[in-house]
Design a binder for this molecule. Structure first.
Ligand code: 5GP
Ligand code: MN
Length: 337
């Protein structure tokens, strides 16, 4: 964002009150909800009428966050959401950089005459907003929200409501501060969030230590059936509809499972496949410079970051796995260098 643009936006956020809608991507994760609720509290405390609208529901382990009860889910409350879009002055687009990432929210966001502000860290942002605050090197959108509110002179509104949300976003997107995107600045911002009221130990507990026994059973099956293809430094896990149903699968239960593939020495490419009725939801992860963003864009209708991406396949689980395995020889050089 250029300085001139930024000054205009900063002035707008200082003239109040504005009707502000904060949106984020479909199947919201910790960074999506954390950055949205973090910004929400800061804008509310600065005097604005702020509101978070998400395309669809999100996992229960994110629902303890302050302000969770105010979040509107477009899929369940379309009419109410529509009314808010009619009167919005500003729309924030957080943790996504293309309209196809917001599912049914695409039409109201695209049609709205409100000023649109993207704050995001994914590569190759699309041009559908008025202001782009996009830094692909940032660990998370939550880290960018912290910098944004600091630059907009709103940091004095950071408190025990917003700090836990931003901490959650940073913690979940950095794999608890271990991915290479975690910088010294990430830690400095995180320290400031703890000072502002984020209880790090409690947040870790709320996110990672609230699993159901069923989730643990699914993890057991996943580890037991993991396929390791040493010729390609690749490992993958696949869960069928039946395995999911038999173990009472709930949204979010399989979050993080893909990372267990990367825990094996030498593995640089990991995939997790989950059957979801007529489609297969896929998570890709990598270590080093093998781009799962490109791999997913090229073969599985998705995208994301270099080391973390999602995708989707239409067809049976077997067909999808066969396709995945058959693609690996093409990438052998990159995967084994
Ligand atoms: P996950 O595997 O956790 O669903 O997603 C990993 C990363 O890839 C996240 O940053 C997420 O926003 C992004 N991502 C997931 N699915 C898609 C997709 O279908 N398209 C694009 N462009 N990005 C995705
Ligand atoms: Mn993110």
């Amino acid at each position: 964002m250029t300085k001139k643009d930024f000054n205009e936006l900063e002035a707008l956020l200082k003239s109040k009150p504005k009707n502000i809608i904060i949106t984020t991507h479909v199947n919201p994760d910790g960074d999506a909800i954390g950055s949205s609720l973090g910004l929400y509290h800061v804008l509310k405390k600065a005097g604005h009428n702020a509101l978070v609208i998400v395309p669809n529901n999100y996992p229960d382990f994110l629902k303890w966050l302050p302000g969770n009860d105010t979040v509107l889910i477009y899929e369940s409350d379309e009419d109410i959401c529509q009314d808010h879009f009619e009167t919005a002055d500003i729309i924030f687009c957080l943790d996504y950089n293309g309209l196809s990432r917001i599912d049914k929210l695409e039409t109201p966001v695209a049609k709205s005459k409100a000023l649109k502000v993207m704050i995001d860290h994914h590569p190759e942002p699309e041009d559908f907003v008025d202001y782009t605050y996009s830094y692909t090197k940032a660990s998370s959108t939550a880290e960018l929200i912290y910098q944004f509110i600091e630059e907009c002179d709103l940091i004095n509104h950071l408190d025990a409501d917003s700090a836990p949300a931003l901490y959650t976003g940073i913690m979940t997107d950095t794999g608890s501060f271990r991915f290479p995107s975690t910088s010294a600045l990430t830690h400095r911002i995180t320290a400031n969030l703890i000072d502002a009221g984020a209880n790090n130990s409690e947040i870790h507990n709320n996110i990672y230590d609230t699993s159901s026994p069923n989730r643990m059973k699914l993890l057991g099956i996943s580890l037991d059936t993991m396929q390791v293809l040493t010729d390609y430094n690749t490992a993958y896990i696949a869960l069928s509809d039946e395995q999911l149903k038999n173990n009472g699968f709930k949204k979010g239960d399989t979050e993080g499972f893909v990372n267990y593939c990367l825990a094996i020495e030498g593995i640089v490419f990991a995939a997790f496949f989950r059957q979801d009725n007529d489609r297969i939801k896929i998570s890709f992860r990598s270590k080093g410079d093998f781009s799962v963003n490109k791999f997913s864009r090229n073969h599985f209708n998705g995208g994301g970051h270099t080391n973390a991406a999602g995708g989707i396949a239409y067809g049976s689980l077997k067909e999808t796995l066969d396709k995945f395995v058959s693609l690996l020889p093409e990438y052998k050089k990159e995967l084994t260098k």
